[in-house]
Design a protein around this ligand. Structure first.
Ligand SMILES: CC(C)(COP(=O)(O)OP(=O)(O)OC[C@H]1O[C@@H](n2cnc3c(N)ncnc32)[C@H](O)[C@@H]1OP(=O)(O)O)[C@@H](O)C(=O)NCCC(=O)NCCS
Length: 148
């Protein structure tokens, strides 16, 4: 089994979009992913196993904020530290460009304990609660990390 981590490429958009639709009820249109890609892709990473995309970490810059808008790992490849490695690569790429002290944000459902554990292990802290942020009316926790 060959595991590779690399920067996201334009050709990945379709496969990433298909994967995202499997795991998130409210997803963006492919065209919107393409526009985001053209503006900002240097912090977005892909994990491939034997040439197949099994994990993504997507960063968009929205109103001067680096926002991780999608983090997802195929269910059969979870608990292998793939998400952890993707986040590490994303944070280190952001730090390289913007330096220490740069903030990164992510929004996570209050019910998603797996993801909350992961973000808290990196030091992300809840900065705001967005009521009924998700389609099932659960609250969204906006979490921030200051990269050191
Ligand atoms: C959340 C998600 C990205 C984690 O991916 P992963 O590759 O399995 O995560 P990792 O193996 O890198 O785990 C890293 C840490 O996350 C936490 N974690 C991940 N899965 C967990 C689980 N099932 N139960 C408890 N903690 C979990 C743990 O802190 C873990 O560290 P540890 O293994 O040292 O305990 C994955 O479960 C996923 O894609 N879920 C569906 C999409 C999603 O919810 N994305 C996040 C949106 S905000």
């Amino acid at each position: 089994m060959e595991i590779t981590f690399r920067n996201m490429q334009f050709d990945d958009l379709l496969n990433y979009s298909i994967m995202e639709k499997r795991y998130f009820a409210d997803t963006s249109m492919l065209s919107s992913h393409a526009i985001s890609f053209l503006y900002e892709s240097r912090f977005s990473y892909i994990c491939e196993i034997d040439g197949r995309i099994v994990g993504v970490s997507i960063v968009e810059n929205i109103q001067n904020t680096n926002l991780i808008t999608c983090l997802c790992v195929e269910s059969s490849f979870r608990r292998l530290n793939i998400a952890k490695t993707l986040i590490k690569k994303t944070l280190s790429a952001i730090k390289e460009v913007y330096g220490e002290g740069t903030e990164v944000e992510i929004m996570c459902s209050e019910m998603n304990t797996n993801a909350l554990n992961l973000y808290q292990s990196f030091g992300f802290k809840i900065s705001k609660v967005e009521k009924n942020a998700y389609f099932d009316e659960t609250d969204g926790l906006i979490m921030k990390l200051r990269i050191e």
